[in-house]
Write a protein of this length. Sequence first.
Length: 367
Amino acid sequence: MTETALQYRIEDEESFADFLYALNDYAPRGANLLHRLRQQPRDVAVQAELMRLFHTIKGDAGLCRLYFVEPLVHAVEDILARVRSGELLFGAALEQVVLLALDRLELLISQLDSGRTVSLQDFNTLADSLHVLAQQPKQQMQEAAWQLVQQLTGFVPQQAEQAAVAQATPAQQGDLAFFHSLALQFEQRSVLFQGRTERNLILASACNRAAGVRIDPLQLEAAVYLHDVGMMFLPQELWLKQARLSEEERVQLAAHPVWAAELLVRMPGWELAARIVREHHERPDGQGYPAGLRGELICDGAKLLAIIDTFEAVILRHGQRQQVRSLLRAVAEVNASEAQFDAQWIACFNEVVRELMQQGEPLPHVR
């Protein structure tokens, strides 16, 4: 038996590319099958198709020498085998556990695709946790599954709140109405953007309140409306592209926050909103754009908006794959990428989502 690897860097570009290409098909297919099985838990055809799919993922990982994938998928197979035998009934808890496992696999492969050496510690821990879950007695399985969901996400499902309306002068109200109209124009460019403006504002405003209103609410609202409006100057196929971007496309995309910020700069009184928009793709480690700012050089509003923007990107990907837009899965993926965000704002984001879920009111167009 080989020793568990703690780090990995792509060894064979060609075989890795093959696995990445296949996973881009397997993951959304698996998510849709899991949703179907949740609706019809005794559907033997869906059960069999899911077992084949995960067996194929495991086999492909082995052929591509991505051996660290196999323990996680094997544990999922053990759980599904108990479902298929009739010992376990497939419900919400198991659906979320397997979906989160798929998401973590996709995220890890995406991180490797950047060409970096990636730590496997968290991924291996998840595989071990799934193995333990797969061995749980039938009577304890649901509780243990929800405990694992809580371990991965920080909370157990239940759902949403409303954003407070900030007080504004008549001039500010007019400007915000204009900014909002631009946001809705962008939203109408694709059915996949449905509800994004309202979602973003609810989350950003609630996070700001949770942090003690560290950001001027009106400036934050303006930034939420306009942060992606610069995308309208780019070809639509670029915003929605799922494949890896070329270097030229990356440069084009990196210009969009600057264009939106320049619009705000030309309107008196919105200087902070302009800065938030300009900096919302910067990262604490200096690997963001357009200026490569680090740490405290990035304003609070931009640090918060970076989290909201990433959450929205996950929701968009769900829509592109014709998947259910899951709040829980999107939040889990944001947390799995927490190194690229400010830790204090991630804590606020998690607190807000936990409260939203407990309210039982989902975000617009998100389950």
